[in-house]
Each structure stands twice: as C-alpha cells, then as structure tokens.
Design a protein around this ligand. Structure first.
Ligand code: SAM
Length: 210
C-alpha cells in the first residue's frame, strides 16, 4: 500500500497462540510466502481459518493456491491444519502459499494472472459510518480485475444482502461483468457461526468484459 489505505479488517491478533502455533508462524510461514517465480494460479482473500483454502488445494493439486489473511490466529489455524505432528507440510497441502497481511499490499506490488480469486464472507461493516471500510469497492475490484488471467473469474459469497447490493453497485462502476450463481461450496467457519442470524449466502461471479 503506497498510499495509506483504509483498514478493512478488524483484529490482527486474537488469543495468545499455543507454543506449536507460534513455532509454525515463526519457522514454517516464511517458507510459504508467495514467490513471483511460481505460477500462482488461485487466490483466496480473507480466508479466516483456511478451510476453503484447504478445499481448493485438494481440488486443484497441480495449482498454486495463495491464501491472504492478516489475522494471525487465522494464519496459525491454517498452518496447524496443513502441518503434521513433525511440523512438516502434509503432502496434499504442498501447493498452499500464505500472504499473512492485507492483500492490497501484495497486489499493489506484484502482477499476477489468477484463474480464480475467491472472497467468502468479506467483513460487511454494516454500520453506515463504517461503510468506507468495505473491501470490495470499485477501486479494489479494478485491482482484482487487473490480476486476472484471460477468462479468469472472481467468486464472491456473502450472507449480508445489504453488502451484496452494495457490491453490485460497485461492480457497475468497473469493467467487470456480473453473473449470479448458485454454486455449491463448503460452509466456512464464519458462515457456520452466523447461520442462525443471517440469510442464505448470495454468490457473484465476475469476469473481465474483454
Ligand atoms: C468475516 S471474515 C470471513 C473469513 C472466512 N472467509 C470465512 O468465511 O470463514 C473476513 C476476513 O477477511 C479478512 N480481511 C479483511 N480485510 C482484508 C484484506 N484487506 N486483506 C486480506 N484479508 C482481509 C479479515 O481478517 C477476516 O478474517
């Protein structure tokens, strides 16, 4: 972020990490930072505890999956799930990379060609005075569009219908084409936790117009 960007996430730290998770963050995470020399095929933004990143890693064993998440406890949860008891990365998760920070920092400094960019349950910031914190504004959508491969797509899911409508408005200010979709995907941790209070998620698939 060359210019000072408005913060779009809540906490960076939660409860104190266990000794194992601290070890994984200190020793294993540095080896998983995305590397420009790799193909870097799929990006998931704001992965929470990373269950959908792991799903993607299983589904696309030959693709590199980058997960971006600034919440350290979420990063540690993903590391813990992808490493075995000897703190080695399990063979089925060797295609996962982790960007442990604001995704805009990564996208503003490196050019990618993602075939898919996933954003599941972005923070809705429902109070009017917090609206400026919403990540999926037209500037950010344009930034994502610039990092898509030909025929690449952005997949967004939210159970906050007000945010869904707001995102649709933002999309109309970009060069992206919107298709709604009823895709079947796993329930993320956020979705499980909020199911009683929220609506069924709505999904959008965005592609570049040309
Ligand atoms: C409501 S949570 C949803 C987490 C997960 N996708 C799920 O469904 O369980 C939104 C996540 O987006 C992350 N986030 C917010 N702004 C971000 C940014 N600029 N870059 C990367 N992640 C971000 C937050 O830290 C948070 O973990």
């Amino acid at each position: 972020m060359e210019k000072q960007e408005i913060r779009t996430f809540g906490r960076r730290h939660g409860k104190k990490l266990s000794e194992r998770k601290s070890f994984l963050v200190e020793k294993v995470l540095p080896g998983l930072i995305p590397n420009e020399s790799e193909s870097n095929d799929i990006l998931e933004i704001g992965f929470g505890a990373g269950e959908h990143v792991r799903e993607l890693a299983h589904e696309f064993p030959n693709k590199i999956i980058i997960g971006a998440e600034p919440f350290v406890n979420g990063v540690a949860a993903l590391l813990s799930a992808i490493c075995d008891e000897k703190n080695q990365i399990k063979s089925e998760y060797k295609n996962i990379r982790i960007w442990p920070d604001d995704v805009r920092l990564m996208l503003n400094n490196t050019k990618f060609k993602f075939s898919e960019i996933w954003i599941l349950h972005p923070d809705p910031w429902p109070k009017a005075r917090h609206e400026k914190r919403r990540l999926l504004n037209s500037d950010f959508l344009n930034l994502l569009a610039n990092n898509l491969a030909d025929n690449g797509k952005i997949i967004i899911g939210t159970d906050h219908w007000g945010y869904y409508d707001w995102i649709c408005e933002q999309v109309s200010k970009t060069n992206l084409l919107q298709n709604d979709s009823e895709i079947e995907i796993i329930r993320t941790r956020y979705q499980e936790k909020n199911m009683a209070q929220t609506s069924e998620p709505k999904y959008l698939i965005l592609t570049n117009k040309n």
